[in-house]
Design a protein around this ligand. Sequence first.
Ligand code: SF4
Length: 400
Amino acid sequence: MSEHESMNRREFFQKSVYKAGSVALTGGVLGAAIHNSHAEPPATPVAPPQPPAEMPAVKHRRLGRTGIEISEIAAPGDSLRDPLMFSLAVKAGVNYFHKADGSLSNPRNRELITKERDRFYLDVVIDALEEDRAYEEFERRRQKTGCDYIDFFKVHSTWNSVEDFQTKRGVLAAYDRLKKEKKVRWLALSKHNPRTNEVLTAALESDLFDAIQPAVSQIGEFQKLLALAKKKDCGVICMKTGAAGVGKKPELAKFGDPEQPYRTYFRYLLSLDGVTSVVSNFKNFEQMRENLGASGVPMSKTEVEAITLALLNAPRNYRDCITCGECRAACPGGLAVDEIMRYRMYAEDYGDYHAARQQYADLPAAWQELVASGRDIPADACPYGLSVAAELKQAHRWLA
Ligand code: SF4
């Protein structure tokens, strides 16, 4: 792989400009002196930067009962906006875009998708639960994509309990209206934060959803969900996989290239029975190459079992927080530990410092003081064995 490919586009151009500047200095000042004294030709100019080589091609899988074939690696619309990276992903075969209004807010990306709209699958996330607000949110996001229709209306982690799911149904009425208007094709549900597995289980049992997008945390619980999704013929797209890849790096290093934990982790996830696709971050060309390279190389049953065992027995750290929120009741002031752990993940693992710090800054000052000190947080606050006070203090260092 060339040096250029391991940089993101901005770094690439900055480095190119720096090199060009160095060459100008060499050619202009030193070169002039040499030229004057020896009358030799100027130094050979540096070759212009080359575009990155093609990315590994991705395979496709059937997304449950929708019958459509989507790429094993799905793109994150909220962070994949650069037109060069976007076109490389499309060329590699990526055809599913999570939070598509993000990527398609760039006119060049939009043009690429809209000229062959049938080849691609787009989702937008809906945070509102009330009917009119959910309808308006969908329309606002759809219009940003420049498309007449969106493939998936995805309710986004806003049902915090099974009771919420059973009682706050306005968002589903908004979906029904949009479906009648032919502005959307299928219904999906993404879920992180408290009671992920309970809410997704209830959603699968309801048979209302064509695809689910769970945050992958505890692998044992996740496998139970996969079994139910398979029984219901419902597609599963994994999300929040970046932090896990870093957090389990020592374990994953035993099963693949130690420098490519995501590749090993994505290969593992794609080898679990019932998984359709994995949402991947693409921060730079190197990460894109690593993650796309996980497609089409499934692991053997023996390897999957060995990694499952290794992940279950791995030492625990904040990346094992399943953001269940069960520790809130034990913490002073009902501290939203799960939210803070998620913000830490955005900052520490995703490098999204600005957004993570902004979200943290919006929390009550009394909570921030608790997070900084860890004071009065019981040692046994987390039933899964995490040291909540110690992990929160670290979070504060990232977020304050
Ligand atoms: S620290 Fe433990 S109890 Fe609290 S949200 Fe995380 S996993 Fe749940």
